[in-house]
Design a protein. Structure first.
Ligand code: FO1
Length: 314
């Protein structure tokens, strides 16, 4: 298994494959570059949902049914907040709040997000490098016919109901890749774009100036795993967003969305009839990750596919 594997991922779907890669690779062989466009200030706290989902998932602390937050959670804080008339639409468990409070405290001292996340990962026993895409503020905004929405308003408060007309990333133009992202991609032997929502979770990462060039710099094979199976998203609003943006909700459309980046694409067996619609090599397999074993199997297949592409190059 190659060292220097880099996973590019957003929230729930991406973290599943990141866990599979983490479990099949040697310690420290995996780096994960995570979307921070979902981050927001809430109750005076810096909330970083995709970073925290990745952290908890690799630490074995994630609530796997919900897909976010911790599994061993209590809700006394939320209950007390509600009784005081505070906003409870975005649910924060008691242990989760401790992480947001400590992150916010350290950010206020001027410590970069990368360093805070790296220490949290070490303290939670995670033997992988978890890096925000940038230490600079980037906020995903969702355009709708009624106007622009902050990401969590769209995703959680409004449950993805509004029709999306555009997705933008405030602050991206002035942002830089994080030190962890630069280090990870500088040593990459294989790069895996996990099956996260391309428009909401991967595009913010690719919008960071210089990130696309870093992905290509080392010549490591870049492989995307389809988040669309059988014309629908495995989880979340990907297919709905594609239809609203006028893009066919097909794996081939996802590959076209990543045009210029991909050396290979992992397609679910249910969509193998479309395998000839791709400009790059395609690996067809069962990409649904219901159980941990599925994640490890898919991770192994992706890494083998990457090795075959790397060999085919030279
Ligand atoms: N998603 C929800 O649908 N409802 C919530 O109340 C909620 C709370 C929450 C708290 C911490 C956290 O890290 C994530 C949380 N999420 C919640 C998920 C979050 O909105 C998504 O994980 C990402 O923003 C999209 O991937």
């Amino acid at each position: 298994m190659p060292a220097g594997v880099v996973a590019i991922c957003g929230g729930i779907g991406g973290a599943k494959l990141a866990l599979g890669l983490y479990r099949v690779l040697a310690p420290r062989a995996l780096s994960v570059i995570v979307n921070c466009g979902d981050d927001f200030e809430h109750l005076g706290l810096r909330i970083c949902p995709d970073l925290d989902t990745t952290l908890y998932t690799l630490a074995g602390l994630a609530n796997t049914e919900r897909g976010w937050g911790r599994r061993d959670e209590t809700w006394a804080f939320m209950d007390a907040l509600g009784s005081l008339g505070g906003p409870t639409w975005f649910r924060l468990g008691d242990k989760d709040v401790a992480l947001h409070v400590e992150r916010t405290r350290r950010l206020a001292t001027g410590e970069p997000l990368s360093a805070i996340i790296a220490e949290f990962a070490a303290r939670l026993g995670v033997n992988a490098a978890i890096a925000p895409m940038s230490d600079d503020p980037i906020r995903t905004r969702v355009g709708t016919p009624e106007g622009e929405l902050d990401f969590q308003d769209y995703f959680v408060r409004l449950r993805c109901a509004p029709r999306i007309t555009a997705v933008t990333f405030d602050g991206a133009a002035a942002a830089q890749p994080s030190p962890g992202a630069i280090a990870a991609l500088g040593g990459a032997r294989a790069i895996v774009i996990c099956p996260s929502n391309p428009y909401l979770s991967i595009d913010p990462i690719l919008a960071v100036p210089g990130m696309r060039a870093l992905l290509r710099a080392r010549g490591a094979p870049v492989i995307a795993v389809s988040p669309i199976v059988g014309g629908d998203a495995v989880k979340g609003p990907t297919a709905k967003i594609m239809r609203e943006l006028g893009v066919p909700s097909t794996p081939a459309a996802i590959a076209r969305h990543y045009a210029g980046l991909l050396d290979g694409f992992v397609l679910d067996a249910r969509d193998q009839a479309s395998a000839r619609d791709f400009d790059c090599p395609v690996h067809v397999t069962d990409t649904l990750m219901k159980r941990l074993g599925d994640r490890e199997r898919l991770a192994r297949e992706v890494l083998t596919f990457a090795s075959s592409l790397a060999q085919a190059r030279y």
